[in-house]
Design a protein around this ligand. Structure first.
Ligand SMILES: [Zn+2]
Length: 328
């Protein structure tokens, strides 16, 4: 087996993992690369191919991904392509990756855009241990909560009452509460993927809800903003666009904005971000077909749909509405 991880995570979890693997009579090697969103690309994957070759990984040997989203995505791509596919086991260690990266395929970044290169390759097993969340700094937990709002409330249609208290509990280390939300989030994601595993119809695009502005914003700010914080702004933007186009009520937009802000995430676009630059990056979005922008919109929580042919003026007016107003 080849365990792919980051040096600091090996320090935290090596003993537990090595004991389990040794008890099961499995031999393994580690390969480590530095942490950071900037590593989610094909050069990292090339480095991992070398490690696979050196460790003599074959069809009977699994690649094990121990870490957050970047480890999960790069290892998933590695396992999908090395020898045209070797067994893959995921051990996501962050709330964000437990909520989001556990199932349904992987993607790495290209210099022109986020998540442009990928595969649909399912793991043999996903192992989640909520005690790994104890090692996370608060802002990492908050990143995961953005994805929980995205899946559980917006796509799954869960009510927002009580959500604020649950968030506090998760941030204060309530592992059971976190696990409940990880489960419901994965249930929503699985429900969508089961209907459309490889994106052949539009169902799978629903998982991109809130992500169109998010990815463009991350790119515009050169990834200096975390995915969760960008997603807070991206979801608010998509909700405002849904409202401006007459699908979603103002009350629901307010309710969502409140949930985002209660989680300690931003909902408003920073003043200095340029609309045209954002819109340009949206053109590189995976959902663009024949250069027509497609957006996932909401009619209500739990009722998302894909809308085509949204023009730049509509997007501009949405971006203007979610932009933070400088205090005079
Ligand atoms: Zn996301």
């Amino acid at each position: 087996m080849l365990v792919v991880s980051h040096p600091e995570l090996k320090g935290l979890f090596a003993e537990t993992l090595e004991n389990s693997l040794q008890n099961a009579g499995l031999s393994f090697e580690w390969t480590l690369f530095p942490s950071g969103e900037a590593q989610k690309n094909l050069s990292t994957v090339y480095g991992l191919y070398d490690a696979c070759a050196q460790a003599h990984i074959d069809k009977k040997n699994a690649v094990v991904a121990l870490g957050g989203g970047v480890v999960q995505d790069t290892s998933n791509y590695l396992a999908a392509t090395y020898l045209r596919g070797v067994p893959f086991i995921q051990i996501p260690t962050t709330l964000l990756s437990q909520v989001d990266a556990g199932i349904g395929g992987c993607a790495v970044d290209h210099p022109t855009g986020k998540s442009l290169i990928g595969q649909f390759y399912q793991p043999r097993a996903v192992i989640m241990d909520s005690s790994t969340l104890k090692t996370l700094p608060k802002n990492e937990l908050v990143n995961g909560i953005a994805e929980i709002i995205n899946k559980v409330i917006c796509l799954g249609g869960s009510r927002t009452d009580g959500f604020n208290q649950d968030i506090r509990a998760i941030i204060n280390g309530d592992e059971n509460k976190a696990l409940d939300y990880v489960k419901s989030s994965n249930k929503v994601k699985l429900g969508i993927i089961e209907r459309d595993e490889t994106g052949t119809n539009e169902t799978r695009f629903l998982l991109d809800w809130g992500h169109t502005i998010t990815y463009a914003l991350e790119r515009t700010l050169n990834y200096s903003i975390s995915h969760g914080r960008a997603l807070g702004i991206g979801m608010h933007g998509a909700a405002v666009l849904s409202q401006q186009l007459g699908y979603l009520s103002r009350d629901k937009v307010r309710e969502l904005k409140q949930a985002i802000e209660d989680a300690g995430l931003p909902a408003e676009l920073p003043v200095h971000v340029d609309n045209d630059k954002l819109i340009n990056y949206m053109c590189l979005d995976q959902k663009v077909v024949a250069r027509r922008k497609r957006f996932v919109l909401l009619r209500d929580f739990g009722d998302a749909f894909v809308s085509e042919g949204i023009d730049d003026n509509q997007i501009t007016s949405c971006l203007d509405e979610i932009r933070e107003r400088p205090i005079a």
